[in-house]
Design a protein around this ligand. Structure first.
Ligand SMILES: N[C@@H](CC1=CC(=O)C(=O)C=C1)C(=O)O
Length: 447
C-alpha cells in the first residue's frame, strides 16, 4: 500500500517478491504460541499495532480513522473518498451489512489493516525474513480443540515480547510492553477503553469507561451458541459454532444465500411453518452471532464494543475475527468455484466498495469492486489451510479442502459414519449432495 500526497490511499496487498510463495495468514492461537516472548512475528505485530495506535487521530492512516471507517464517528468521508452511504441509527457509515457485498467489502478492509501493520513495524531490517512472511492472523473461534476460549495473547494488559538477539546470536531478556491486543484506548473520551462483556446495566460509568474484559463470558457464549432467530424446536440450537461453520460451507451453494442476511433473511422463529436452516443461514448471520458472543450481548451480564456495528472495529479483536470471516469466505469460494453474484444482483459485482481505492495494472486508480477482490491471492496472501500442494489438480484440491472442512468442523453434526458414537445416518437426510469418505481395506496375500 502507498499513500501519496493529495492522492488516495491505495490498497494493493503486501507485495510478494517474484518467484516466492504467497505467505499465509495463520490461525491466531497456534501463531501466538504459548510463549510469545520467543516469537519474532508476535513481537513485530505487537510493536506495529502500538505504533499504529500512537499515530495522531487527525491522520488518515491513524488507527482511530481506520477503525472509524467501519462505523462511527459516521457521516464523515474517509481519505477524501465518496461519503459513507449506509444508514446506521441517525448516521451514515461505510460498512455494508445486510447486503451481498458484506463479504467483499470487508476483504479490502482487512487488507488495509494488514498493509498498515506490515509497513509500520519497528525492527524490519533485523527481522526481514519473518516480517516478509507475516500476514494478519485469523482467530478460528469454531475450531473444536479451542473449546471456545479466547487466545491467551488477547488477555493480559502487558506482555513480554522478543527483542533482537545479541551480537553472538543469543536470546536477550524479553521486553515488557503494554499489550495493544488487550484493548484500544482513546486519549480524550470518557468511554475510552474498549470492553468485552464489561459494560453493565446500572454500573457507574467510572467503573467500565477504562475498559473491562470478561473472557469466561465469551467462552460461555461461544459454547452455549444461543444463535438468534432460531426456533426452540430447531436442531440448530444446542449445536456448536463448528457445526454451523460446517453446514454453511457444505450446504449453502449460492452466493445470494451464502453472502448476506439481506438476501437470506433470518425468519421469525415463532412463525409457522419453520423454515429449514439451509434457506436462511448465511456467512453474515454466523458473523453477526459471533460479534455478540465476543463483545457481549446481555445488558445484565455486560456488553462491549464488538457487539455494536458503530464501535466494533475499535476493538483490535475485530481484525482477527474478520480475517477468519474472510477465510471462511475463501474456503467457501474454493469449494464453490463457480458461485458468485448473479447477473441481475443488487448490489452488483461491479458496484464500488467505497472508500477503498486500488491502483489497477492499467495504472488507473479507482475504487475496488467485488469482482476485483474475488481472487484473494492477487493481494499477497492466502490461508494456511488453503495452501496448494505442488502438482495437485483443481479437482484434487477441491476434494482435499472439502475433506478438511468435514474433518475439522463436522464433529457433533450427526453426519453419517459417526464411528465413535456407533451411529449411522443420523444426519439431516434432506441434504443430498454430500459425499462421504468411507473405509477401504486393501488386503494383499500369497496364494
Ligand atoms: N447484531 C449486530 C451484530 C454485529 C454485526 C457487525 O457487523 C458488527 O460490527 C457488530 C455487531 C448487528 O447486526 O447489528
Amino acid at each position: 500500500m502507498q499513500s501519496e500526497s493529495k492522492e488516495y490511499v491505495l490498497i494493493q496487498g503486501i507485495e510478494v517478491p517474484k518467484g516466492q510463495p504467497i505467505p499465509s495468514r495463520q490461525e491466531f492461537t497456534k501463531w501466538a504460541t504459548e510463549t510469545p516472548e520467543t516469537s519474532i512475528q508476535v513481537s513485530l505485530f505487537i510493536r506495529a499495532l502500538q505504533k499504529f495506535y500512537d499515530v495522531p487521530y487527525e491522520k488518515t492512516l491513524s488507527f482511530f480513522q481506520v477503525a472509524g471507517i467501519h462505523g462511527y464517528p459516521g457521516d464523515l468521508a474517509w481519505d477524501d473518498s465518496a461519503p459513507p452511504a449506509h444508514q446506521r441509527g441517525s448516521k451514515m457509515i461505510y460498512c455494508t451489512h445486510n447486503l451481498i457485498t458484506f463479504p467483499t467489502w470487508h476483504r479490502p478492509y482487512m487488507l488495509l489493516f494488514e498493509d498498515l501493520e506490515f509497513h509500520s513495524e519497528a525492527d524490519k531490517k533485523a527481522w526481514t525474513d519473518e516480517a516478509a512472511k507475516w500476514r494478519l492472523p485469523y482467530w478460528d473461534w469454531a475450531i473444536p480443540s479451542s473449546k471456545g476460549s479466547v487466545p491467551d495473547l488477547f488477555k493480559p494488559a502487558s506482555v513480554n515480547i522478543r527483542v533482537p538477539s545479541a551480537a553472538d546470536g543469543s536470546l536477550q531478556k524479553p521486553e515488557n510492553v503494554s499489550n495493544p491486543l488487550y484493548k484500544y484506548q482513546l486519549k480524550w473520551a470518557k468511554c475510552s477503553g474498549t470492553s468485552r462483556w464489561g459494560i453493565k446495566d446500572g454500573v457507574p460509568e467510572e467503573e467500565w469507561s477504562n475498559g473491562i474484559n470478561n473472557y469466561n463470558s465469551i467462552t460461555d457464549a461461544i459454547n452455549l451458541h444461543n444463535w438468534y432467530g432460531v426456533n426452540p424446536d430447531d436442531d440448530l440450537l444446542g449445536r456448536p459454532a463448528s457445526d454451523l461453520v460446517y453446514r454453511l460451507l457444505r450446504s449453502v451453494p449460492e452466493w445470494k444465500n451464502f453472502s448476506s442476511t439481506g438476501t437470506n433473511p433470518v425468519p421469525d422463529p415463532d412463525k409457522l411453518p419453520h423454515i429449514p436452516w439451509e434457506q436462511w443461514v448465511s456467512l453474515e448471520y454466523l458473523h453477526n452471532n459471533l460479534h455478540g458472543f465476543i463483545g457481549g450481548n446481555v445488558w445484565a451480564d455486560g456488553i462491549g464494543h464488538m457487539q455494536n456495528v458503530p464501535s466494533a472495529a475499535f476493538d483490535p479483536i475485530f481484525y482477527m475475527h474478520h480475517a477468519n470471516i474472510d477465510r471462511l469466505l475463501a474456503l467457501w469460494q474454493t469449494v464453490n468455484p463457480d458461485s458468485w453474484f448473479e447477473s441481475d444482483a443488487s448490489p452488483s459485482a461491479t458496484d464500488k466498495l467505497t472508500p477503498f481505492h486500488h491502483k489497477f495494472a492499467s495504472g488507473k486508480v479507482d475504487y475496488f469492486n467485488s469482482d476485483n477482490v474475488r481472487d484473494w491471492t492477487n493481494f499477497g496472501y492466502t490461508y494456511d489451510v488453503l495452501e496448494r500442494k505442488p502438482d495437485e489438480t483443481d479437482e484434487e484440491y477441491i476434494k482435499r479442502i472439502n475433506v478438511y472442512i468435514s474433518t475439522t468442523y463436522s464433529s457433533n453434526t450427526g453426519d453419517v459414519l459417526l464411528g465413535d458414537q456407533g451411529k449411522l445416518f443420523t444426519g439431516d437426510l434432506k441434504v443430498t449432495d454430500h459425499t462421504y469418505d468411507d473405509y477401504l481395506i486393501d488386503v494383499l496375500y500369497d496364494r
